[in-house]
Unconditional design. Sequence first.
Length: 102
Amino acid sequence: MDGHYVGAAKARDSESKVKAPGEVSRYEAFTPEVKSKSTGPARKGFDAATSKRVASMSNAKADVFQNADGSYTGRIYKDPVNFNQTWVLPNPAGMFGFPDEL
């Protein structure tokens, strides 16, 4: 043998491994110990029967609900869903405006 090569048998997984003097151990991937843990019961979240809409946190394109478990659920819409619609009715003179009496 010439140069810096070390005379040792090539290691195959099915054969016994022969290490040359000063050779480091073969790499073995770390396998963490897995322990079973629980974070507790899952939160229920939104339920249409028990969740209450929070008007102060909602806007024209979003609704916010406070759920029975204390969490919040937000629903966001592309178009406005919360708005005041004012009806303009014709008055007897034929001009549009707000009627004095409904």
